[in-house]
Design a protein around this ligand. Structure first.
Ligand SMILES: [Zn+2]
Length: 311
């Protein structure tokens, strides 16, 4: 348990009302898994954890990184069932949920930079790291982590680093922030799993874009070693004032989404590494947003472990 102020988690039933209208891996069972984890964390952590309600993003908030054409297209689908692409489906409450996810990430970045809180974990559905400026992709509607990074820069951060350890490449986050070298991105993912044409090995320090693809059957030890090496070298050299983590747990050994073999305990060690990096370089400032994780039991365990590490 860390000293100082309590961890803030942003969690709300609205995130459970986004429900793809045909059988889908990104369904409300994920919300229920997160809700069980938050309840268990509240019981275990007492006043070291506060659970906060979401903030809703405005159209102007989204226009900072998304195109007007795309934002207006999505907003017009509020209250309707629709498909943004073949696998990113909207139910009646999905747009409201997506706005709450994006707005909560933006507000969390502002609250951390205003020194109201040190660490925030946002637990939104739908996730965000595949969404690009003008389109939804891979179950993601708005670029939650990227919007948080941009908000942090406007709130005075000199440099922000987004670390994405979802098993899929954080293509949207990378693309949305590519014009902002003060907002660095690094993604650790299974090589060319999804998208199949982005995320190849990259070390572009001038633009602050790094990619560290791993093999299809990578284990937790390999992931931990690769993340630790990046943080010690490129991460430390970049020296951000805020660490943003796009946390996807779909590389878990029990998750059918990939063949990665990461255990719950190894994800807890990974979050500890990231927390310690934030302590050393960012005065403890850390914002986590949930991305993937499709085995409900593994997701529940990993979210609980994450909240315990960060509280
Ligand atoms: Zn994923």
């Amino acid at each position: 348990m860390l000293s100082g102020r309590p961890l803030r988690a942003v969690h709300h039933p609205l995130f459970g009302r986004h429900e793809p209208w045909r059988p889908h891996v990104e369904d409300s069972s994920r919300y229920r898994a997160v809700a069980r984890a938050v309840s268990a964390a509240e019981a275990a952590l007492g006043d070291q954890l506060t659970v906060a309600a979401p903030h809703v993003a405005t159209r102007d908030d989204l226009l900072r990184l998304h195109t007007a054409g795309y934002v207006d297209h999505v907003l017009a689908l509020m209250g309707e069932q629709a498909a943004l692409d073949h696998e990113t489906l909207l139910s009646e409450d999905s747009v409201e949920a997506a706005l709450a996810g994006a707005g909560s990430c933006i507000e969390a970045a502002e609250a951390i930079m205003a020194a109201e809180v040190d660490r925030v974990v946002v637990l939104p559905r739908p996730p965000g790291h595949h969404a690009e400026a003008d389109r939804a992709m891979g179950f993601c509607v708005f670029g939650n982590a990227a919007l948080a990074a941009e908000a942090a820069l406007r709130a005075g951060a000199g440099r922000v680093l987004v670390v994405d350890f979802d098993v899929h490449h954080g293509n949207g986050t990378e693309a949305l922030l590519a014009h902002l070298p003060a907002a660095g991105t690094v993604s650790f993912h299974s090589e060319r799993l999804f998208p199949q044409d982005t995320g190849d090995e990259a070390s572009d320090s001038a633009r602050a874009i790094w990619n560290r693809p791993l093999g299809a059957r990578a284990d937790g030890e390999t992931l931990l070693r690769t993340v630790a090496r990046f943080l010690e070298r490129e991460g430390a050299a970049f020296d951000p004032e805020l660490l943003i983590v796009a946390a996807g747990f779909d590389g878990h050994a029990d998750d059918a989404m990939s063949e990665w073999q990461v255990s719950t305990e190894e994800y807890a060690v990974l979050l500890t590494l990231l927390r310690d990096f934030a302590e050393r370089h960012c005065a403890g400032r850390m914002l986590v947003t949930l991305e993937g994780g499709y085995d409900p039991m593994a997701l529940e365990e990993c979210v609980l472990a994450m909240l315990k590490v960060l509280a």
